[in-house]
Structure formats: C-alpha cells, structure tokens
Design a protein around this ligand. Structure first.
Ligand SMILES: Cc1cc2nc3c(=O)[nH]c(=O)nc-3n(C[C@H](O)[C@H](O)[C@H](O)COP(=O)(O)OP(=O)(O)OC[C@H]3O[C@@H](n4cnc5c(N)ncnc54)[C@H](O)[C@@H]3O)c2cc1C
Length: 418
C-alpha cells in the first residue's frame, strides 16, 4: 500500500492500539512507523527524564535515516554531517590506505530529538518501567513497576541490550562480553590544530595498533551541522580482561559499577590518565590529539547477544533487545530501524492479522541478526586478538547487509544458518 498520500482514516490499523516499550532510537522509529499505518501508539520509557547525552556519534545508514527521507517534514540535511574519504594513518600521520567513499553521521542527541519532535510527547511516557506482560491471544497486557497496567493489540519491545522481555522470547540469550571496551569522546573541531582538522575533517579516520584500533569522524554539535559547530567523535577499542580488571574500570567515581557503560564524568581520573598516556604512545598523532583533548572520555562495554525468537503471538522484539552486535559494521541503529520498517511491511501485507504478520516478519529479521553478529564478531576478533585488521581491506567496510552493502537488495548470498 502506498501511504504517501494516505490520510489517517485510510490507514489499515486505525483503531488498534500498540505499545512500544523503550523510547530510544529503535523504540521511537517503531512508534512512528506503526502510527503511520494507523495504530494508536504509546511509548513507555523507564528513564524519568528526556534522554540526552547518550553516546555520541552514529554512522548513518539508509535504514536509520529512512523515516526522515520518506515520512517526515524534517529535512534530513539538518541532522547529519558527511565525509568523502576513508583513511588509515600510521604513527607519523601518513595516509597508508585510503578510499573515496562517502559516509554520513549524526549524533545520538540530534537524532533522538528529531524523532521525538515527530512523535510528540503526548504519548511518550517517561519513568515507566515495563516489568511483565501476558498475551491471551486477543490482546497483550503489560504491567509496569509503578502499578500501571496497559492493554494493546500489539506490543513491541525495544528495550535494549538488557531487555527484560527477551527471556520470554529466548531464555538462553544472555549478553556475553567481547573482551574489550569502546572508549568514546568528542572534541569541538575548532579546538583541534589546523593540521589535524585539515587531515581529518573530510574523512573517517582509522589508526590501527596492536590488538586495537580507533575510529574518528566528525558529527553534528549541539548547535548544528555547520563545520563551526561540529565535533570530532571517536571510538577506541581496547582490550580489558573480564573479571576484577573490568569491574574496577567500570567502577565510577560515585562507587557504582556500570553494567554496560560509564557516562562522561564518571570514569575514575587514573583511568583517564592511562588512556591519554596510551594514546600519546600508540596512536597516529592526529588521533592522539583528539583523545588528549577530550575533557571527559567515557566507556561502553562491547557485548554480543542474539535472541533466537523475535515474535511471540502479538509481541515482538526489535533493535538491541533482539540482537546487539559489536559496533564494527556501524549498523546497530540501522538494524533497529530495519526491524521496524519490515514489521510495518509485514503488518500491511497481513490485512489485520497481527500475530500472522509477526510470524511472517520474524525469519528474515532473525537471519539478519545472525549474519550481522557473525560478521562483526569476526571483524572485532581480527582487530583485538588476531592482528589481521589490514588497513584498507574492503571486507572491513561498514554495512548492515554486508561490507559496504547498505540496501537489502544488494546483499550477497549468505552461508546457511547454523
Ligand atoms: C561503542 C558503540 C558504538 C556504536 N556505534 C554505532 C554507529 O556508529 N551506528 C549505529 O547505527 N549504531 C551504533 N551503535 C549501536 C547503537 O547504539 C544501538 O544499536 C542502538 O542505540 C539500539 O537502539 P535501541 O533503541 O534498540 O536500544 P537502546 O538505545 O539501548 O534503548 C533501549 C531503551 O529502552 C529503555 N528500557 C529498557 N528497559 C525498559 C523497560 N523494561 N521498560 C521501559 N523502558 C525500558 C532504556 O532506558 C532505553 O532508553 C554503537 C554502540 C556502541 C556500544
């Protein structure tokens, strides 16, 4: 069905109610596409205040941006930065491999705010933690920690890597630690030396060192996407042994241990000092300059998890809740958005049969999760453990559907699922 000219009354699920649990990028995209086909949608997010300051840069792939390209009045140009080159630097800042390839980027906050602006706040409920649910075949009942109970014909869980709903779908799917963390940070472009700005502002830059690599790219700042407002963003993957060493690193200045991340300002000063010393000793000088200039670097633990079910009756699991894969394909938000759009397509094809639509939707999304996770696991292991991350190797390109493959129709045949 072509919805481009549809009025709300033409929409096939008009009068049906959907709940989305989790109000981040995956949840909001799902909510918008479901509302677009007629559902009355409410989003429930456990965090009590509007989400901001989460993460920093996101490499954009077409699925992530699709809402703004096709269904929004917001101009996507106002949400993104771009570069035309991919380059690898050596210890003397020499470019040892490069490729002309355009990538686009956003910042988590810019993108989240734009999605929330489109969805609005009337049906976006903060401070609502979904603690349980039942599906009686005709409707789903969701129970919240504050005592609220809600019913709907469809419930989509977009509740992230520690999804409380996932055990209903796959009791054995537990996040497993990849053996390394991502150090992240941003620095205003204007605070970098002219030499570094000239070298890095039109490229995604890599510096590959033994058992590690850093990726840097320019993203929108709080004030906008103009060069003067941009930030240089990075992720530096560094190995940390599981157990006491990881626990100590993740113990914030407030004494609490982060489960999956430590926010800016929470990392103990001695670990920040060690990061800076290692950057100066190991990285290409331009990359080191960015790390050294970061006021409050922060941490994300790299974890893998994949549910072997994504649909159960009238409930679905999407985004990181269904599969959280190491970030080396830069495809996490694209996967979450692809789950949402394909769910919409399945619902449109099912002519009102919600559980039938979910059952039809599930196999392709499970296969996408499987192939993505297998590929990024190999990419991460090559960088962090085998030292076979060869600068310029085309198999290391980003892409949800394969290296450099951003559209499902361009996907190569995959080996059969194991
Ligand atoms: C180092 C690193 C770099 C990355 N780089 C990229 C990149 O370049 N490009 C890219 O596309 N992706 C990237 N990702 C991945 C990306 O951040 C995630 O895939 C994406 O944010 C998933 O979104 P989500 O909405 O599924 O989950 P989340 O963003 O985790 O959101 C889940 C939400 O659910 C809420 N919630 C949880 N439980 C409940 C509950 N019971 N009730 C109500 N609410 C609940 C949480 O508070 C949260 O807001 C990166 C990840 C890491 C770690």
């Amino acid at each position: 069905m072509d919805l481009s000219s549809a009025t709300p009354s033409d929409r096939p699920y008009r009068g049906a109610r959907a709940l989305v649990i989790g109000g981040s990028i995956g949840g909001l995209t799902t909510a918008l596409v479901l509302r677009d086909i007629g559902f009355e949608v409410d989003v429930y997010e456990r965090t009590a205040t509007p989400l901001h300051g989460r993460g920093s840069g996101i490499v954009l792939q077409p699925d992530t941006l699709r809402w703004f390209e096709e269904r929004s009045s917001t101009d996507p140009a106002g949400l993104k930065t771009c570069t035309d080159w991919v380059q690898y630097l050596d210890r003397d800042n020499r470019i040892i491999a490069h490729e002309q390839r355009r990538w686009e980027y956003t910042s988590w906050g810019t993108f989240y705010r734009a999605l929330l602006d489109d969805f609005g706040t009337e049906h976006y409920h903060l401070g609502a933690y979904a603690s349980g649910f039942d599906d009686d075949g005709d409707a789903v009942t969701v129970r919240f920690a504050d005592g609220r109970v809600e019913n709907a014909e469809l419930v989509v869980f977009a509740d992230g890597i520690n999804s409380a709903a996932r055990p209903h779908f796959d009791a054995d799917a537990e996040p497993s630690y990849a053996g390394y963390v991502g150090w992240r940070g941003t620095v205003p472009l204007g605070e970098l030396s002219l030499e570094t700005r000239l070298l890095m502002s039109d490229a995604i830059t890599y510096s590959v060192v033994p058992n590690s690599h850093i990726t840097l790219y320019p993203i929108p700042g709080e004030e906008g996407v103009d060069a003067a407002d941009q930030l240089m963003n990075y992720v530096w993957y560094r190995n940390v042994a599981a157990g006491p060493e990881l626990t100590e690193l993740l113990t914030g200045v407030n004494g609490f241990v982060g489960a999956v991340s430590l926010h800016p300002g929470q990392v103990q000063e001695r670990f920040v000092q060690e990061l800076r010393a290692a950057a100066a000793a190991m990285l290409a000088p331009a990359a080191a300059e960015v790390v050294l200039a970061t006021t409050e670097p922060y941490l994300q633990v790299v974890l893998d998890v994949r549910s072997r079910r994504m649909a159960l009756g009238r409930t679905a699991l999407v985004g990181d809740a269904a599969c959280s894969a190491r970030p080396h394909a830069a495809a996490g938000t694209a996967k979450a958005a692809a789950d949402a759009w394909s769910l919409r397509d399945a619902l449109l094809a099912a002519d009102g049969d919600i559980s039938g639509a979910l059952a039809a939707w599930e196999p392709a999304q499970l296969e996408l999760s499987r192939s993505l996770l297998a590929r990024v696991t190999e990419m991460g292991d090559r960088s962090q453990f085998h030292n076979t991350w060869v600068p310029g190797d085309p198999s290391l390109r980003f892409g949800l559907y394969g290296p450099g493959i951003l559209h499902p129709e361009n996907r190569q045949p995959q080996p059969a699922a194991s």
